[in-house]
Design a protein around this ligand. Structure first.
Ligand SMILES: Cc1cc2nc3c(=O)[nH]c(=O)nc-3n(C[C@H](O)[C@H](O)[C@H](O)COP(=O)(O)OP(=O)(O)OC[C@H]3O[C@@H](n4cnc5c(N)ncnc54)[C@H](O)[C@@H]3O)c2cc1C
Length: 384
């Protein structure tokens, strides 16, 4: 076991950190206030290789590995969680296409994601009636003479209207009335395809600079080579992608909590009550100590899952779920404690802590809720 980052990992962290300090921290509050999609920042991140951290260099990626990706995500999320989630989904989509795509699909799409030619990638799995139970999806892909026709609705799609390409899951086998994970396939859909309609943007509690939209597919014709992987393999592809995605969300939570803790400490040293800094009170010190402890544990869990992924372990589902549930819940507690340290000033927009609290809440919901992560962990243990 080696806790020392490699030279490549150190370089990725330094690059991300410098970008965060110079380009992201100065605008994060404004992006949030104006609910402005961070196009410029994403394009700069692509130039720095952050849109394909774990993608082969032959496809324009940085080929720095899953641990470097987790470390980069922690840094970017420290600066702006909205930018971080957009980067996370783009990396995830690039990785999925790199792994399951044909040479032609990789060539056509991955290089555009890594280079920033596409502002983002999107992952369209959830539907209005199929969230935790993704296999209950009703979007259908019907085979035609020369390809496929998609019909259905997707919900909560990050960057659905801003992306250049999206991976869309649909049912290709409707022969059985029983809905289930069998007979689901996945497709690559380019932005602007006829029959794809991007609906009204969600007005969210947090991550306000990221875009979340419902999508409607109506008689949406796709060429035969839009199929990603094999027919019927879609659910497996989704689950594999989500295992990696959960490491990304755990890392995002660590990044936001890191920012929150630093701001809480700063404020505690500065704010005086009863003629001394509130940092002198044990109640405040314990909030800081508990937060640091949980933050370090979260960080190690995320990096352990990332290391397993990087090593090519046959499965890292349980470790990814463990990291995600712990880090997202700890980050919520940390942001809440740090807001408490700010007193009334934490409840207004003058300080960043209220944004962190709003931004971090969704980490317990997306890419599988905390309840779903616990189910993944328990099932894996009970299987023996
Ligand atoms: C900001 C944001 C961005 C998102 N981005 C994307 C995206 O890019 N792509 C995408 O496909 N999806 C995306 N999602 C969707 C997200 O993954 C879902 O919201 C999530 O999976 C939960 O589904 P749901 O909202 O339908 O809740 P539900 O599944 O309806 O769950 C409601 C509650 O019931 C609980 N529950 C459900 N089933 C069980 C069970 N078996 N046991 C115990 N408890 C259970 C849940 O844990 C939750 O507390 C995004 C969501 C948000 C809010």
């Amino acid at each position: 076991m080696d806790f020392e980052p490699t030279e490549t990992q150190q370089l990725v962290v330094r690059t991300a950190r410098e970008f965060v300090e110079r380009k992201l921290l100065p605008v994060a509050a404004e992006l949030d206030r104006e609910s402005r999609f961070p196009s410029e920042q994403l394009s700069q991140l692509a130039e720095l290789g952050m849109m394909g951290v774990n993608i082969p260099a032959s496809l324009g990626g940085s080929e720095a590995g899953a641990v470097a990706y987790s470390l980069a995500m922690m840094e970017v999320a420290r600066g702006c969680a909205s930018t971080a989630v957009t980067m996370a989904v783009t990396n995830m989509v690039g990785e999925v296409i790199s792994f399951f795509g044909s040479d032609a699909q990789r060539e056509q799409y991955v290089t555009k994601l890594t280079s920033g030619e596409y502002a983002a990638g999107a992952f369209a799995l959830s539907e209005p009636g199929a969230g935790s139970d993704a296999a209950a999806m009703t979007t259908q892909a019907r085979r035609t003479d020369d390809g496929w026709v998609l019909d259905g609705q997707k919900m909560w799609i990050t960057s659905g209207g801003k992306c250049g390409v999206m991976v869309v899951w649909a049912r290709t086998d409707t022969s059985s009335n029983r809905l289930g994970h069998k007979g689901i396939s996945c497709f690559l859909v380019a932005q602007g395809t006829a029959g794809l309609k991007v609906e009204k943007k969600e007005d969210k509690l947090g991550l306000r600079a990221s875009e979340t939209v419902p999508l409607t597919f109506e008689d949406c014709h796709l060429p035969a080579d839009a199929l990603l992987g094999e027919e019927g393999q879609g659910f497996r592809i989704a689950m594999m992608a989500l295992d990696g995605g959960r490491i990304g969300i755990a890392s995002q939570a660590v990044g936001v909590a890191t920012a929150a803790l630093a701001e809480g400490i700063e404020y505690a040293k500065d704010r005086k009550q009863f003629r001394k800094p509130i940092a002198d009170f044990q109640a405040i010190q314990w909030m800081i100590a508990d937060s640091k402890t949980e933050l370090e544990a979260s960080r190690l869990l995320a990096l352990r899952a990332a290391e397993l992924k990087e090593r090519g372990a046959p499965s890292f589902s349980r470790e990814a779920a463990t990291a995600k549930v712990f880090a997202s819940e700890a980050a919520w507690r940390i942001c809440d404690r740090m807001l408490q340290i700010h007193g009334g000033y934490g409840y207004v927009r003058d300080f960043a802590i209220e944004r962190h609290l709003r931004d971090v809440r969704v980490a317990r919901i997306y890419e599988g809720t905390s309840e779903v992560q616990r189910t993944v962990i328990a099932r894996s243990l009970l299987r023996g």
